[in-house]
Write a protein that binds this ligand. Structure first.
Ligand SMILES: Cc1cc2nc3c(=O)[nH]c(=O)nc-3n(C[C@H](O)[C@H](O)[C@H](O)COP(=O)(O)OP(=O)(O)OC[C@H]3O[C@@H](n4cnc5c(N)ncnc54)[C@H](O)[C@@H]3O)c2cc1C
Length: 469
């Protein structure tokens, strides 16, 4: 097929989940693309093939339930937006209950074939070793968690040493509504209110001596995951896993992240807590709080069990559990504008996991948005941002602005990779969820499900409107 277009090409670097989707969206809008993928010339520590959009680990795109699951909503929005990744996943589905799982080889082959045969896409197998040259006036960096070192160094040189992370040390994040405020209370240590503080910056969970000792015992006995050989040993300053700190001495945590100093239990002011777990507001909406200093290598099941021993967190719902692994990602909230472009270098965008989203579907969706934004600019239009009420918009907003950067630990970056979840969506309007007729007690699980359903329905309606469907 001949390749004709009056526009000059947009360069996409990285043919993974994000770069493949970005290239597709651009080409489908009538703008030519040059996709640079290094596999075939140079591999990564996790990829095993030269296929585009290779799934490096699990073959699951997680829940496909668009009525009450945030990633299911994202699937549905991507299908509405003509996603190549979703089309190829649907065509290569394997049975997996309510999840969308795929035949990984068939999936990657379908993506590769679609991109190779598109008349407006040229694929070059080469490693891009520095920032895109200025003459690539529209470019997208989608090189993923295992970005080749030379490009990573170039990004770091441009953005600053603190702006590129090579590991994520993730503390668990909790949905605010699941925290028991009859036990916990809002207070910053020594009542300090930093710039932009609201007085609700921290939630505190008190422990007496017996509770603290039982908690330390559980941490030490907890089941942990190992590092993969190529991940090295990423323990570094200020990032020791909580269970490693507990092993170093029973009192270590009480003098570290769980110190009770400067805090007074609002429910019991005359009794000093023996230890305190602090939760810090994680997003501007106030719907999520992270566990301060609780980065961990405990297995997911062990984390949920052990952290629910903490007073006030007995029924905690986790938006994400903790982890510690190799991951290259930039400090997007400070570096990127709302259309994913690097501030100070218009036309250079980032997409995929390198922006601080996490997961196959999330990475592909940010690729989809970056592709649409770049193509709009190339065609002389202003990029149209998805409404924040959509899964696209909620994830984009988290990456480019919704996350709260903590100011009480200068120099320490708090932005951590995140899967899409309902905690990222703006709350529903008051009265949006009403008690169904004939139902006397409308709370707990039923009410939580109704809220998710209403949030999902609002997202899909707003997404269809945004896409002009
Ligand atoms: C070991 C591991 C296991 C994972 N398991 C899961 C999982 O089970 N489920 C899940 O949802 N997510 C998982 N993830 C996260 C997963 O990587 C992302 O979800 C997804 O692949 C990221 O998409 P991406 O397009 O941003 O990056 P990738 O899919 O990694 O694509 C980046 C592409 O850029 C290329 N590239 C890198 N540097 C250059 C360069 N300088 N020049 C040219 N090309 C370059 C790479 O070869 C690669 O093809 C895992 C990640 C890792 C590292």
């Amino acid at each position: 097929m001949t390749k004709t277009s009056s526009f000059s090409p947009i360069h996409v670097i990285g043919g993974g989940l994000a770069g493949s989707e970005a290239a597709w969206q651009i080409a489908e809008s009538g703008v030519p693309v040059i996709l640079h993928e290094m596999r075939g010339v140079r591999g990564t520590d996790a990829h095993k093939t030269d296929g585009l959009a290779e799934l490096v680990c699990s073959n699951s795109f997680r829940s496909d339930d668009a009525t009450s699951n945030a990633v299911g909503v994202l699937h549905a929005e991507m299908r509405l937006a003509g996603s190549l990744i979703m089309r190829s996943a649907d065509a290569n589905q394997v049975p997996a209950g309510g999840a969308l799982a795929v035949d990984r080889e068939g999936f990657s082959a379908a993506v590769t074939a679609a991109l190779e045969s598109h008349p407006l896409i040229t694929i070059t197998r080469e490693e891009v070793t520095g920032l895109p040259p200025e003459e690539w006036d529209q470019a997208i960096i989608a090189t993923g968690p295992l970005t080749a070192p030379s490009l990573a160094e170039a990004i770091q040189a441009r953005t600053g040493a603190d702006s590129l992370a090579f590991f994520d040390a993730i503390a668990p994040i909790i949905h605010t509504h699941s925290i028991d405020m009859d036990i916990c209370w809002y207070q910053s240590r020594y009542d300090k209110v930093g710039p932009g503080g609201t007085g609700k910056d921290y939630i505190n969970c008190p422990m007496d001596e017996a509770q603290y000792n039982a908690f330390i015992d559980a941490l030490i006995a907890g089941d942990t995951t190992g590092f993969k050989e190529w991940e090295g040993t990423p323990y570094f300053d200020g990032c020791l896993p909580i269970e490693v700190m507990a092993e170093r001495g029973r009192e270590t945590l009480r003098h570290g992240p769980m110190k009770p100093m400067g805090l007074t239990n609002a429910h019991n002011p005359t009794v000093k807590p023996y230890a305190v777990v602090q939760l810090r507001q994680d997003n501007a909406l106030g719907t999520l709080y992270n566990m301060v200093g609780f980065q961990t290598k405990l297995k997911y099941g062990a984390q949920a069990e052990i952290f629910r021993l903490i007073p006030g967190l007995e029924n905690a719902e986790f938006a994400r559990l903790g982890g510690l692994h190799r991951n290259t990602y930039i400090n997007s909230p400070t570096l990127l504008d709302p259309s994913l472009a690097l501030k100070g270098r218009p036309g250079l965008r980032f997409a995929g996991q390198i922006t601080g989203c996490e997961g196959y579907v999330e990475s592909a969706s940010i690729g989809l948005l970056a592709g649409r934004f770049a193509s709009a600019e190339r065609r002389g239009e202003t990029p149209s941002l998805p409404p924040e009420t959509t899964a696209f918009g909620a994830l984009l907003n988290h990456i480019t602005g919704g996350h709260i950067v903590s100011d009480d630990e200068p120099g320490k970056r708090s932005f951590q990779p995140m899967n899409v979840n309902f905690g990222l969506f703006p709350p529903l309007e008051p009265g949006a969820v009403t008690r169904p007729e004939g139902v006397k007690r409308f709370r707990g699980k039923d009410k939580a499900l109704a809220k998710k359903q209403a949030t999902a329905a609002r997202a899909l309606e707003d997404c269809a409107r945004w896409l002009g469907r």
